[in-house]
Design a protein. Sequence first.
Length: 393
Amino acid sequence: MLRQVGISSLLIVCGLVTAPAQAGIYSTFDADEEVKQYSRDYRNVFKRLLDTLKCIPNDATESHPPIRKRYLILEQLGQAGAGKLKTLEDKLNYSAVLIRRGKAYEATQYLMPITREHLDNFIVWSQYATAHFLSNNADFRTKSADLMKQALELWPKNEDDVKADLKPFLQNLGLVSTEYNRYRDFDIHLERLIRNRLREERMHQQKKPVEEMVDPIFLEAEGDRKPVRYVNSKGEFEPGKIAEDERKKLPGDAIEIVEQLLLWMPYDQRLLWQLAELFNASAMDLKKDDQRNRAIRDAYSIFTEIDPPLNRTRFALKDIQARKERLGKYVEGLKPEQELGIQKLGNLFDDDPDAAARREWWRTLTVGGVTGFAVGLFALWQLQEFRRRRQAW
């Protein structure tokens, strides 16, 4: 009984004090800064987030960030009390614990009866599909694409068409307004990735050749299997540039989409490759040299991470190494990065998606400083006035 109360209470409390869900793996007990932080700064922001998420399933890690400790506690409590969880939200949270702890197959078994109880809940079916895809069971994995398709068919394109009894549940998950559309879009791209990976696995089993390419998640038309080619008009890789026809295939939030996919599959090197290509291509849209150079440096950093000397990737090795070498030579010719001064911050944030938060921070700091200065002046004037009157007496 105490164990049941313990896990239920902890899941509920975590849901109250933290943030909404994430696409693909839904929960209400993770803070945005832990699992949902998109950034155009890979080296200083997004890489740290991925490294933290990689710690969750890794029992051999020497790093134990708060999120990993929380997941371990919830997993241990749930081993005896998960079957006694009452609310759908708590059950969904516990299945997220299993998935992120590398126990996706166990999550499929736990979610199976829940899907039968909630036949029209597209969030449950999405989580169920993700668990299938990330499981080590080949038979279950092959079902993941159709399960995700089913989730998307249940997921209304228009938020107003959601059934009334599901709306409070979505509200708790934070899937309202623009977030509703964004998360549905994330799952659409996830379904494309899953379907392509399964198709390639079947081709490998049939001993057919498989082209080593980025996942075709950005499509000109449904059913298209051709990925974006991150090359210039001559068909060659070029630092900070791709052909205009290829560029038009990319949505404005392409980086954020791939980052979201990585947020629940942080070990996926192939997704990381596509993120590197996107950072390099994004330099075309940046106006200032230092911004463009930062994007190219981030791309080079990712390619270097994918191709460590002691642990070579097997997939698309030649392409990855060629890009790494080309970017490395380009980066060598750039001026060293300098520490940012306060006067430069406003200009550098113009094209940064995180600009609003940073501007707000500096605005708060500036207003606080000015206010403090004014209060200090007023206090000094009051002191001088008191002394003058005292001397007059």
